[in-house]
Design a protein around this ligand. Structure first.
Ligand SMILES: Nc1ncnc2c1ncn2[C@@H]1O[C@H](COP(=O)(O)OP(=O)(O)O)[C@@H](O)[C@H]1O
Ligand SMILES: [Mg+2]
Length: 397
């Protein structure tokens, strides 16, 4: 069944020279909700059509009319518009009309005197595909606008997420640098002190050897610590490269790279890290993105431990092979989250860290990275003493 509503608000151009018939039919068409534009002959109808071809959805026309008859008018209209539905009304049931009608792509032929139900049926059939097509185009346009808006929103969130990650990175670099910087400070202070105090007797060979050995040990130390500063910067800089290529690797690589960055911070906060890597399968991943996810999860666990001041604070990372992929599990004993919020933690901007300026995009981005970029799965469950994250990645995407 075709929905009669589709006749509502369509515009019909109606050519008919007998005014009594035209008035009666126009009235009926108006009852169907149709807007009717009347023309008294073919010539009239043609010029109305030419002046507003986009407004008219269908043409209803008599055949025998003065000035220009129905078929003559249709021929001219077909030169402009090959698609517009056309219905002919006529008292003449002649086959010549019929042949010509087929050539002119006429939708229907309604005999006079006009049976209203037949006319309605013909109108519905004729206009259905046009109206549906237009509705579809309109819906598509709306959908495209929605999609574009969503893409823009997504882009904003991704940028925010990079900024948030950068902020966290700076914190981690500061931690990582604290110890080597202070060691360099101590070593250079010692060197200066030994020089100033004239501790070595440079008159003797022994004194000179002693000074040389002391200096070279301290300089080696400084070199070692400078190397460690450089490595830290390299680790972090690699993370910020946006190399959008898949690498085929085991999950150990990104995990080790992550640990290089967060380990010092965790140690500094007395959080024990238990690592159990048992996965050998190779997977295709955007390595930096996976590191990003792991950092998000580990930093969240660390935040929770610091907030709760957990005794015997722990974070455990386990990996294992699956039939066609790998699984990473990350547990902490920081107390977890209220059960009512557990489903919300992946929503954008959900954060319980008001005083710490939480952004609430870390886990949202993590889910996008795992599930949209890698076609994997990321989910979280509360355990008795904390939260447990599980990541599944497939060998072949
Ligand atoms: N390990 C965890 N333990 C308890 N709550 C957590 C843990 N990880 C995440 N959450 C909760 O999920 C929320 C969202 O995390 P996230 O998206 O990283 O945003 P943010 O860290 O900026 O708050 C956090 O505010 C916190 O309430
Ligand atoms: Mg976070």
């Amino acid at each position: 069944m075709i929905d009669k509503q589709i006749l509502n608000n369509i515009t019909v151009l109606y050519a008919e020279d007998e005014s009594i018939i035209q008035e009666g039919i126009t009235e009926t068409l108006s009852l169907f909700g149709i807007d009717v534009i009347c023309a008294q002959n073919g010539q009239d109808a043609l010029s109305i059509f030419k002046s507003s071809p986009h407004k008219i959805d269908l043409i209803l026309t008599d055949v025998k009319m003065p000035k220009l008859d129905g078929l003559g008018m249709i021929e001219k209209i077909r030169e402009i518009d090959k698609e517009i539905p056309i219905i002919i009304t006529s008292a003449h049931q002649e086959t010549t009309f019929l042949m010509q009608s087929i050539e002119l792509n006429i939708s229907a032929y309604v005999l006079k005197p006009i049976d209203i139900y037949k006319l309605q049926e013909s109108l519905l059939k004729a206009v259905e595909s046009k109206v549906l097509k237009e509705k579809l185009i309109e819906k598509n346009e709306k959908l495209e606008i929605e999609i574009q808006k969503n893409e823009e929103k997504q882009q904003i969130i991704e940028n925010q997420s990079r900024f948030a990650a950068m902020g966290e990175m700076i914190g981690m670099i500061a931690h990582q640098w604290r110890q080597p910087l202070s060691s360099i400070g101590t070593a250079s202070y010692n060197l200066k002190y030994k020089l100033a105090s004239g501790k070595y007797d440079l008159e003797t060979k022994e004194g000179r050897e002693e000074q040389k050995s002391f200096f070279s040990t301290k300089l080696d130390e400084i070199e070692f610590y400078v190397q460690s500063l450089t490595t830290t910067i390299d680790d972090f800089r690699n993370f910020f490269k946006t190399d959008k290529v898949f690498v085929n690797t085991t999950i150990e690589n990104p995990i080790n790279n992550t640990l290089k960055m967060v380990q010092k911070d965790l140690e500094g906060n007395n959080i024990g890290l238990i690592v159990n890597l048992n996965s050998k399968n190779k997977i295709d991943i955007y390595e930096n993105e996976i590191v990003h996810v792991l950092i998000n999860i580990l930093k969240n666990a660390q935040d929770k431990h610091l907030e709760k001041k957990t005794q015997d604070a722990k974070i455990e990372i386990k990996t294992q092979d699956l039939d066609n992929g790998i699984k990473i599990e990350i547990y902490d004993n920081g107390g977890g989250i209220e059960e009512e919020y557990i489903d919300k933690i992946f929503e954008p901007y959900f954060s319980t860290k008001e005083e710490k300026n939480g952004t609430g995009i870390g886990l949202y981005m993590s889910k996008i990275i795992i599930e949209n970029h890698h076609d994997g799965k990321l989910f979280a469950t509360n355990t008795k003493d904390g939260i447990f994250f599980s990541i599944i990645l497939h060998t072949v995407i």
